[in-house]
Each structure stands twice: as structure tokens, then as C-alpha cells.
Design a protein. Structure first.
Length: 100
């Protein structure tokens, strides 16, 4: 994140995912993390947000378990849901279940 202004300020960095091949109905964007950071005037700051396999899971009502699918997932980050300049696609290579 970069503060191009003349005053220090706070920014809330948001992390979203989009499931590109899910068999389950999913929202267009899913918020998976956020962090408020202070950025001094004219400065730039790196922000790290963690995304875990369980963050990609959905509830499988037939099997009564949380599941992660083998699929492509787009990861997006930015200061608001309508401005997400940082994007990339990750390949989830293995399906998995998470028992409650």
C-alpha cells in the first residue's frame, strides 16, 4: 500500500477469493481477511495476509463436512471490494475434508 498524500493515514487492506471452478454455489467475492495499517505520508508499506486451506472450504450438506475442492482460485487484495489491484490465481491441487 502507498500513501501519496501529505498526511499519515490508516488503510484497511482486504483479501478476497473467487472460486473459478467450484461445483458449489458461491458468492462472486468472498472476504477472507483484512488488516488495518497505518501509513505515514509519502510512504509505502507491505502488508501480509494469510490464506489457509480451511478458508477455501464450503459446507457439503450431503457428507456433513467442510470440503476444499481441487480447483483454481483467484486471490484479490486492495483497499475496497470494488478496487482490488493485487490479483493472482492459485491452483488447489488436492480435495480435502475438514471434520467439525
Amino acid at each position: 500500500m502507498k500513501n501519496t498524500g501529505s498526511r499519515a493515514g490508516d488503510e484497511v487492506v482486504q483479501l478476497y477469493v473467487q472460486h473459478l471452478g467450484s461445483i458449489a454455489e458461491r458468492p462472486r467475492l468472498e472476504l477472507k481477511g483484512f488488516k488495518r495499517v497505518r501509513i505515514e505520508a509519502g510512504m509505502e508499506r507491505d502488508v501480509t495476509l494469510e490464506l489457509m486451506p480451511r478458508d477455501l472450504a464450503y459446507w457439503d450438506a450431503v457428507r456433513h463436512t467442510w470440503r476444499v475442492e481441487k480447483e483454481q482460485v483467484r486471490v484479490l487484495a486492495g483497499g475496497s471490494s470494488d478496487k482490488l489491484p493485487v490479483q493472482g490465481v492459485v491452483e488447489v491441487e488436492t480435495s480435502a475434508e475438514f471434520k467439525p
